[in-house]
Design a protein around this ligand. Structure first.
Ligand SMILES: [Zn+2]
Length: 401
């Protein structure tokens, strides 16, 4: 077989795909031309390595390296590595693609080492991990595991009103049950924090994903004239909302958790009108489900007290709440042990969390991110750390396959 591009060459080849000339960030929304171009690049890499590509009906892919001379039935279930190629809007280069490119590079390292697997090794690419187009994160892996049904997902629409069903109809899909052959999953990912910087380690192993909730806060008041309405006569939901943002931030800081209001709708959204209603979304994450519930209860209590003083109304609705994910401790120990990689928790959701919740023994490897910035064009990892990640992944595959 002809030589294949190494990690650095693959990284350079993939780098321009979906990159904005303005911000330098990435726009690889699922089933758009940029994401399809990245997928086509992945398929070329699989072909160059002689991998057997399988597709499911949702656009997820797994490319298998099967043991030579071993019948599929005798080889047993495979070790899946990989990640995703889609990005958030104006995202970074590393979130997702680092795991896919490192997986291909790890296969090359194993072949260079003369390693002959006894189990199949698959490189997976899950669709719409970020939820940037259809609003549901880890959509591809949720569909692959059955955590979300096709009936529920197919009617999801993007901002232009295109349904998932119509978007998927435009891409090449298959009928494979991709997880039928999967015995365990190891996802390599750029770290989305500074834990590894603080620990002075290039690579780390994930222990768990924090519980996560998204809550809609509907504040209601009374629309009125910004000039003629005396301050003391107003029922202004913006005030209640503003205090709630500060309260959420304070509660999260006091308890060492995370709380973010990143999205808000104001009605009527006029410069010269006291608003009638404000709807805002709280993204909250905490160490345990109990901490998450307690933090939400504190924020809601403070917000209701303020609403009482403002003469406004407030209804809080949980839109999605996911419990903690504890990765397979035995698998993490096998990965971390020999290299002495630190074992750290993460506050971000991943396909690995979905597979773990579905009963697949799962582990994650993180590669150091010097600034900790993620979901932004500033996301970064040094090449030396990326190569350490490739070696760690290859070592892991050698032990597992
Ligand atoms: Zn990711």
């Amino acid at each position: 077989m002809a030589p294949v591009p190494d990690f650095e060459q693959m990284w350079r080849d993939l780098a321009p795909v979906g990159r904005s000339a303005g911000s330098g960030g990435y726009f690889r929304q699922p089933f758009t031309s940029a994401e399809r171009e990245a997928t086509a690049w992945f398929l070329e890499q699989c072909a160059a390595r002689g991998l057997d590509v399988q597709r499911d009906r949702f656009g997820n892919l797994v490319a298998w390296w099967r043991p030579d001379g071993v019948a599929p039935a005798a080889a047993g279930r495979g070790v899946l590595v990989g990640s995703h190629l889609d990005s958030v809007l104006d995202g970074g280069a590393y979130d997702g693609p680092l795991g896919v490119v490192s997986s291909l590079a790890a296969l090359d390292v194993l072949r260079d080492r003369g390693f002959a697997p006894t189990r199949p090794i698959g490189v997976g690419v899950f669709a719409e991990e970020e939820g940037s187009r259809f609003g549901l994160a880890c959509l591809g892996s949720r569909l692959a595991t059955g955590a979300t049904t096709w009936d529920r997902a197919r009617v999801l629409t993007d901002r232009d009103g295109v349904s998932l069903e119509d978007a998927v109809a435009g891409v090449q899909t298959g009928e494979a049950d991709l997880l039928a052959e999967v015995g365990c999953f190891v996802e390599l990912h750029v770290e989305q924090g500074r834990d590894l910087v603080d620990r002075d380690a290039a690579v780390g192993v994930a222990s768990a994903i924090w519980p996560h909730g998204r809550y809609r806060f509907d504040f209601t008041g009374e629309a009125n004239h910004a000039g003629t309405t005396r301050m003391e006569d107003r029922r202004d939901p913006m005030l209640t909302y503003a205090m709630t943002v500060l309260a959420a931030n304070k509660q999260a800081r006091l308890s060492g958790q995370r709380a973010t209001f990143g999205r808000v709708d104001v009605r009527p959204n006029g410069t010269n009108a006291v608003p009638s209603a404000v709807t805002a979304w709280l993204d909250a994450r905490a160490e345990t489900a109990e901490h998450l519930d307690a933090m939400l209860a504190d924020v809601e209590r403070l917000a209701q007290e303020r609403a009482g003083r403002d003469g406004t109304g407030l209804v809080v609705t949980a839109e999605s709440v996911s419990g903690p994910v504890h990765f397979d401790a035995g698998l993490a120990a096998r990965i971390a042990g020999p290299g002495s990689w630190p074992v750290i928790p993460t506050m971000a959701g991943h396909d690995a969390g979905v597979l773990s919740a579905a009963g697949v023994p799962t582990a994650m490897l993180f590669v150091r991110n010097p600034t900790g910035v993620s979901h932004s064009p500033d996301e970064h990892a040094e090449t030396a750390d990326c190569l350490a990640g490739v070696e760690a992944l290859a070592d892991t595959l050698e032990r597992l396959a």
